[in-house]
Design a protein around this ligand. Structure first.
Ligand code: SF4
Length: 164
């Protein structure tokens, strides 16, 4: 995975830093997770008409672009909203760094029939650069960060690894 910081890593940074470490060390248990399966089903059924999964440099994986200059990220619920917001801001940041400016983002919650507009502000750029730095430190660590023990754990793909 090298030094790349991907959108998923930014997402996990906010969900759980231990999860981020497992993910970065290629311990992948996601295929068995119900949420991931649901995500795939949503993906297949809800947005057939849109461009899907635009992959840029293997760093960001945008669910689709519906209208010109608008990135969309599909989420199932608003439970981990902050993580989704920063994931999308990171996409906007990453593209801006590569000269793609004036983009806007939207998080879609198809099960809730809601959307949320996301923009990248100047103050976000400093914060994203701090987050990137911290993700790199977590990735390089030899051991995973301490157990989080939160309500997130019950639905986490790494639950068995942490608690059994
Ligand atoms: S089970 Fe909990 S502590 Fe372990 S990786 Fe998942 S969210 Fe983090």
């Amino acid at each position: 995975m090298g030094d790349k910081v991907t959108g998923v890593m930014v997402y996990y940074y906010f969900v759980c830093k231990r999860k981020l470490w497992f993910f970065c060390h290629q311990i992948n248990m996601e295929s068995e997770n119900e949420d991931v399966i649901l995500g795939k089903i949503l993906d297949d059924n809800n947005y057939q008409k849109d461009d899907k999964h635009i992959n840029i440099d293997d760093v960001i994986n945008i669910d689709f672009i519906r209208e010109e200059k608008e990135l969309h990220e599909v989420k199932k619920s608003r439970v981990l909203e902050e993580a989704g917001v920063w994931q999308l801001k990171y996409y906007l940041y990453y593209l801006q760094k590569r000269g793609v400016v004036d983009l806007k983002g939207k998080i879609d919650y198809p099960l809730l029939k809601k959307t949320m507009k996301i923009e990248l502000y100047d103050k976000d750029i400093k914060e994203i650069e701090r987050i990137i730095e911290e993700i790199s430190v977590i990735k390089r660590a030899e051991l995973p960060p301490a157990l989080l023990e939160s309500k997130v754990c019950r639905k986490c793909a790494y639950f068995d690894l942490c608690f059994v």
